[in-house]
Design a protein around this ligand. Structure first.
Ligand code: NAI
Ligand code: MG
Length: 392
């Protein structure tokens, strides 16, 4: 018998709490060898403690094999200060989005967004993998032209580049940082993901005809990594064309990989292709850990109403289970989510009137049925129980 695994569960804020509660019975229902621990994260921690990820939560995360996150509320600077408990106001605390903190501290360089035809007839299935740590969001974003670049710009001007600027503060500059190590690990991850998930194609979405040197750099690295995966076809497509074809012919893609900003945009487009935020799961994976969360946020307008679609969170658990080596359970959940999404038991966002808990109960029952169908020997037979709102 292999050792039991540990998953840290962080419900967070708003509908994050409800969708997390909705999926928890899965772990018992599917009799998974996983122990859960629960931690606090998010806006209420910020308000109370001036720290949106308490130390104890970091300890739970580092003692776990993976983390499951509901959703978190983030607000702009001024609101962050105003909503702090009075004793903490004016003490110089700075709100840094927990999602960013997790990505940075755990070195989570790959953001994976599977896009599947949940509502239709399985016409398409692909994954968008976004680089999370460098690229255009590396933080090299300047309010004026940094001194070292003046000479480069003067040279450009001499060569006839059409741009004008009145003074040194009348221009900004953002740099797309790409490192050999960063791209190598990203591309390797993309090919490994393709193999694991049975995709025969990896497409780099870039803009090599405009970003000529950084594009050529990325291409060389892609080609050298691709040489280790002769079974998988790879190519480079212009990112704008990828956006068009994701909508028009999503079935032509396998894995789409992209630098941070291009990937950010394409991954939200992916959620749109699927049919909305209520359906889209995500994973953030790196060398020191992994966390899994639905793409949607805390949707404050729907919090506590038992109306949010729990499907994205069920698909998120499926990703987590894939990562921990429970592929069969993951498949059972995916099949169950599709069946329920295609039935008349839908939440409001898919045109129905079923509640979070009703849809969750249906998905749990179908997951159990599928698990038994896929592997009768290991499935647990207890009927699924939907935990009634301890938080709601
Ligand atoms: P949101 O994703 O929370 O909600 C946008 C709209 O999408 C909702 O009003 C609702 O109509 C719909 N929606 C989202 N999830 C749904 C679900 N499961 N079922 C049915 N409908 C759903 O994005 P919004 O309103 O921009 O942000 C709200 C808060 O969430 C903000 O504080 C924001 O910072 C935070 N946020 C957190 C994220 C995270 O935890 N990774 C991601 C995005 C936003
Ligand atoms: Mg985004």
């Amino acid at each position: 018998m292999s050792a039991r695994q540990k998953v840290c569960v962080l419900p967070g804020d708003g509908i994050g709490i409800e969708v997390t509660e909705a999926v928890l019975p899965l772990f018992d229902t599917l009799n998974l060898p996983i122990d859960l621990s629960f931690g606090d994260i998010g806006w209420s921690c910020w308000q109370k403690e001036g720290n949106c990820i308490p130390d104890n939560t970091w300890k739970l995360i580092s003692a776990s094999n993976a983390t499951l996150l509901g959703a978190i509320t983030s607000k702009p600077l001024r609101e962050a200060e105003a909503e702090l408990s009075p004793a903490l106001r004016g003490t110089g605390r700075v709100y840094v989005s927990p999602v960013i903190q997790l990505r940075q501290k755990l070195g989570l360089y790959a953001n994976v967004r599977p896009v599947t035809d949940v509502l239709g007839d399985d016409r398409y299935r692909f994954s968008v993998i976004r680089e999370n740590t460098e690229g255009l969001y590396a933080g090299l974003d300047f309010a004026s032209i940094p001194p070292g670049f003046e000479a480069v710009l003067a040279e450009r001007e001499r060569n006839g580049a059409a741009w004008t600027r009145e003074g040194p503060d009348d221009a900004t500059m953002s740099v797309r940082l790409q490192t050999r190590a960063g791209l190598t690990r990203l591309f390797r991850f993309a090919f490994e993901h393709a193999r694991e998930q049975g995709f025969d194609r990896v497409t780099l979405a870039d803009k090599p005809n405009v970003l000529r040197y950084s594009g050529a750099f990325a291409r060389d690295i892609l080609e050298s990594v691709a040489a280790d995966y002769p079974d998988i076809h790879s190519n480079i497509d212009n990112v704008d064309a990828v956006a068009l074809w994701m909508v028009r012919r999503p079935e032509r893609f396998g894995v789409i990989v992209a630098e941070n900003m291009f990937g950010d945009i394409l991954s939200d487009l992916g959620a749109g292709v699927m049919g909305g935020l209520g359906l889209a799961p995500s994973a953030n994976i790196g060398a020191q850990g992994a966390y899994f969360e639905p793409v949607h946020g805390s949707a404050p307008a729907y919090a506590g109403q038992n109306r949010a679609n729990p499907s994205a969170m069920f698909l998120t658990v499926a990703l987590l289970l894939d990562h921990l080596g429970h592929g069969q359970a993951a498949r059972a959940i995916r099949n169950a989510v599709s069946e329920v999404a295609r039935s008349d038991q839908r939440t409001y966002d898919l045109g129905g009137s079923a509640s979070t808990r009703e849809v969750a109960a249906a998905i749990l029952q179908h997951s159990l049925d599928w698990a038994e169908r896929l592997d009768g020997a290991t499935a647990h037979r207890a009927p699924p129980a939907v935990k009634q709102g301890a938080h709601a």
